[in-house]
Each structure stands twice: as C-alpha cells, then as structure tokens.
Design a protein around this ligand. Sequence first.
Ligand code: FE2
Ligand code: FE2
Length: 135
Amino acid sequence: MEKIEWKDDFYVGIHQLDQEHKMIVNSANNVLAQKKDLINSTFPPDYISTFFNEVLVHFENEEKLMLETSYPGYQDHLDQHGFYRNRIAQKLLNAVWGKEESYKELVAFLHDWLNDHIVTEDKKLASFLKDKHIN
Ligand SMILES: [Fe+2]
Ligand SMILES: [Fe+2]
C-alpha cells in the first residue's frame, strides 16, 4: 500500500514532536499521491521541497532539544538523521528522474524510515524528555 497510515504507535508523547511527525506523514502522503505527476516531471516539483523542508526543520528541532537537555544518545540520533537526510533527498530525486521503479523505492523507504526511526530513536528521546518533565 502506498499511503502511509498514521498509527497510535507513532505517538511519542511529546506534543511538538507528535505534531511534526503528523505533518511529515501528511506531506509524505501528499508526495506519494502525486505519483503520475512525479514520475513524469523533469525537475523536482514544489511539493517535494515543501516535504523535504519539513523534514529538515523537524530534524533540527529534535537536535536542538537534544543539545539543550544534554541527551546522552545525541551522537547516534544525529548520525541517523544524517543518514536519513541524505537518503530521503536521494530517493526523492530518483523518483523524479528514475520513474516507476524509483517511485516504488521511495514508497518503501518512507515507510521504513517512519516505522523504524520514530518508534525507536524518537521514542527513546521522548522518554528521556518526559523524565526531564519536558512535554
Ligand atoms: Fe529523530
Ligand atoms: Fe522525529
């Protein structure tokens, strides 16, 4: 299935992060919904930069929170963001240039990213923040 369904397991319990994750899922679905347009375009359409900017801002917000609270898992989490930042950009551009097969890869990648990173690394960060009474 192409659409990414929001599920309760995505809630990390920190309001700002939950709101941003929801926005990202919405924008990701917006990108995926443009399949025909996307694989027929020759340059990245606007909804791609909108989505990618939301991801960048969200990663920066989490990184800022980690620094402000001296989060012990900062480096690992930062490395994961670095990895995803590069791969998301690459997969988005591949979908524009690479057509059908790359679109399928993009779908799979977005699903994996949201299912893996939010429910592991982001939840670890969220429980640390909750222990510090930040919500
Ligand atoms: Fe994160
Ligand atoms: Fe996140």
